[in-house]
Design a protein around this ligand. Structure first.
Ligand code: ADP
Length: 245
């Protein structure tokens, strides 16, 4: 399969560093977050009451799921706003990349199995040491793997490979999903950008996750690239991070 690779440097859009909406994002996100937390608390309180009817139960489940989803979106917006304003502090420590990747896989595992995907993994037998923030790196791989699961029809093939290349750790997240059209690839990491691979699912989110991925990887001194042989032919994301001995 001939992949078209887009180096990170050319993947930035004309608006780089970022659109001037960051203070707006921060305010909106904060204002949305507290009412959402109240809604979630209220729904959870109600679901503990004894007088459940099937209809009421259904409505509570729906309310909780939607409130959780909105909370996740608001958190993503807050995150991207913090990162782009340089307000994210990495808490770096010596970590084994394999552990971080496994934690990310565990986090996304329910989505992967709900969609009946198969997941292949490959990593070195020995620890892959990095000086990095484990939580933030996990977030990177959760976003990439979550997208792989989301943008692949049920019963797809996903893979996560960890390799060592000289002084770098290379992580590849691949899927057999809807793919990314060649003209969308250069913009895929831009904030609020969503590919249109001729498929409505390619616009199912906010377009924030990959911007967060790129910024977090860069904060770690690394790079990220997207590749796809085109619509319907799967996608591949490659992250490179500096390695410690
Ligand atoms: P979101 O998924 O919330 O829309 P992202 O920033 O994570 O935001 O992704 C941006 C866009 O890139 C998505 O809307 C989708 O069009 C495309 N995309 C991301 N990952 C994949 C993938 N694995 N396969 C196909 N398209 C993808």
């Amino acid at each position: 399969m001939s992949h078209q690779a887009v180096p990170l440097t050319s993947a930035r859009g004309a608006n780089w560093p970022h659109p001037p909406t960051d203070p707006f994002l921060a305010v909106v996100s904060h204002e949305l977050r507290s009412p959402l937390a109240s809604i979630l608390n209220a729904v959870r309180f109600l679901s503990r009451q004894a007088d459940e009817t099937p209809t009421r139960q259904k409505i509570q489940i729906l309310l909780e799921r939607q409130a959780l989803r909105m909370t996740q979106l608001v958190d993503d917006l807050l995150d991207v706003s913090r990162i782009t304003n340089g307000r994210v502090q990495l808490h770096r420590e010596r970590i084994d990349l394999r552990v971080v990747v496994n934690n990310a896989i565990e986090t996304v595992a329910p989505d992967i199995s709900a969609r009946h995907h198969r997941l292949a993994t490959e990593s070195p037998d020995a620890p892959v040491w990095l000086y990095a923030d484990p939580g933030r790196l996990e977030q990177v791989f959760v976003n990439l793997l979550g997208n792989a699961a989301k943008y692949t029809d049920t019963g797809g093939e996903l893979s996560v490979w960890v390799h060592i290349r000289k002084d770098q750790a290379v992580i590849r997240v691949r899927d057999s999903g809807i793919g990314i059209a060649a003209d969308a690839l250069p913009h895929i990491f831009d904030l609020f950008k969503q590919a249109d691979a001729g498929d409505p699912r390619s616009k199912s989110g906010l377009g924030v996750g990959l911007a967060v991925v790129r910024d977090l990887v860069e904060l770690h001194g690394g790079s990220v690239m997207a590749a796809s042989a085109g619509a319907g032919r799967g996608s591949e994301f490659t992250v490179r991070l500096p390695r410690e001995d």
